[in-house]
Every structure is written in C-alpha cells, then in structure tokens.
Design a binder for this molecule. Structure first.
Ligand SMILES: [Zn+2]
Length: 72
C-alpha cells in the first residue's frame, strides 16, 4: 500500500510504499531533503522525529535487514 507522509519541516506530502499498515523506520522528504524517523499505525502517522544523517543511515540499514529477514 502507499501511504502519504507530510513532512514536519515543509509540509510537503510524500508517499512511501509499505508491505504492512504499521511501520517504523526512516523517511526522507523529497523536497527539503529532511530526514525523519516515522512511526505508522494502521496507515496513520503516529510520530515523526527529525534525524541526523548518521542516524538516518543507521535506520536504513536496520530497515533493509528487516526486509531481508522477512523475505527469507
Ligand atoms: Zn520537507
């Protein structure tokens, strides 16, 4: 499913594609390039916290690992 995420910095809506309606992971705004850690529940945005580049990359790695394990 595709979920719309509104950037906390510039209010621009972006979309992310999810396998489930709940998600916790990194999000990057396509417009202002802001980095966030987002949390979704039932397709609704529950939290959106700004991240540093370093934290963002760490989250991305964890996210990639999770997806890998799910496939296997
Ligand atoms: Zn933005």
């Amino acid at each position: 499913m595709l979920v719309k995420i509104k950037c906390a910095d510039c209010n621009t809506e972006g979309t992310i594609s999810l396998l489930e309606t709940s998600y916790q992971g990194p999000y990057r705004c396509w417009k202002c390039r802001g980095l966030f850690s987002i949390q979704l529940h039932n397709g609704q945005l529950k939290s959106c916290d700004p991240l540093s580049q370093e934290e963002f990359e760490k989250l991305q790695e964890i996210d990639a690992l999770k997806k890998k394990f799910k496939r296997d």
